[in-house]
Ligand binder design. Structure first.
Ligand SMILES: Nc1nc2c(ncn2[C@@H]2O[C@H](COP(=O)(O)OP(=O)(O)OP(=O)(O)O)[C@@H](O)[C@H]2O)c(=O)[nH]1
Ligand SMILES: [Mg+2]
Length: 210
């Protein structure tokens, strides 16, 4: 199975809620995680583009559902970060609602990448996110981000700890280390996306079926 070329990914649209998204067809894989976990950076690293997804030192920067197209019917989604305390309640409620709706109602969602800072993994909302995905039979790839911030021993022990904890979810949950800065784990991410997106590539077109 040959993979997709993620480098040609381009921006499609930003939506405040699912009603503003394009038709619910094809396959989407969403990147979720706490504010500042490194979602937008991971998307830029994967696609080898400096500023496809906007990154910021200020948490809560990505407040919209941002869609990117890899190929026809193949999309990546940068979801609003959750769990940022400094955001006004009203705004927080709005994002949380948009996020929940997207996760529960979007039929074409076929995989979830949950990003967590390797130094602070498995916060309550991260666990809720994984639990929800497992219940919905959506496979999960957990990326422990900013792995460059830890020495290799500490990195390994965090990975083992989170892998152990992930077993409790009793679902399709794979855990890997990742660094946008040092390009660690990018191959693992690419392989996983290829496998989630392969259904689309292998599906016969309407013409071939006849
Ligand atoms: N050292 C290091 N810093 C990183 C890495 N990835 C992201 N960062 C930094 O972490 C901060 C947040 O990164 P973003 O990619 O904007 O995080 P996000 O999850 O998209 O944040 P929101 O959009 O607010 O939810 C930025 O200052 C990045 O430069 C990494 O692999 N290593
Ligand atoms: Mg972001």
């Amino acid at each position: 199975m040959s993979g997709w070329n993620y480098h040609v990914t381009h921006f499609v649209t930003s939506a405040p809620d699912i009603r503003h998204l394009p038709a619910d067809v094809g396959i989407e894989v969403a990147f979720a995680g706490r504010s500042n976990a490194g979602k937008s950076s991971a998307l830029n690293t994967l696609t080898n583009q400096k500023s496809l997804a906007r990154t910021s030192k200020t948490p809560g920067r990505t407040q919209l559902i941002n869609l990117f197209q890899v190929a026809e019917g193949i999309r990546l989604v940068d979801l609003p970060g959750y769990g940022y305390a400094e955001v006004p309640e009203e705004m927080k409620r709005k994002w949380q609602r948009a996020l929940g709706e997207y996760l529960q109602k979007r039929e074409c969602l076929k995989g979830l990448v949950v990003l967590m800072d390797i130094r602070h993994p498995l916060k309550d909302l991260d666990q809720q996110m994984i639990e929800w995905a497992v219940q919905s039979q959506i496979p999960v790839l957990v990326l422990l981000t900013k792995a460059d911030k830890l020495a290799s021993g500490a990195r390994k022990s965090q990975l083992n700890m989170v892998r152990e904890a992930a077993l409790a979810f009793m679902g399709d949950v794979q855990v890997e280390v990742f660094s946008s800065l040092k390009k660690i784990g990018v191959d693992k991410l690419r392989l996983k996306l290829d496998s989630w997106f392969s259904a689309q590539k292998e599906a016969p077109s309407a013409e071939e079926e006849q």
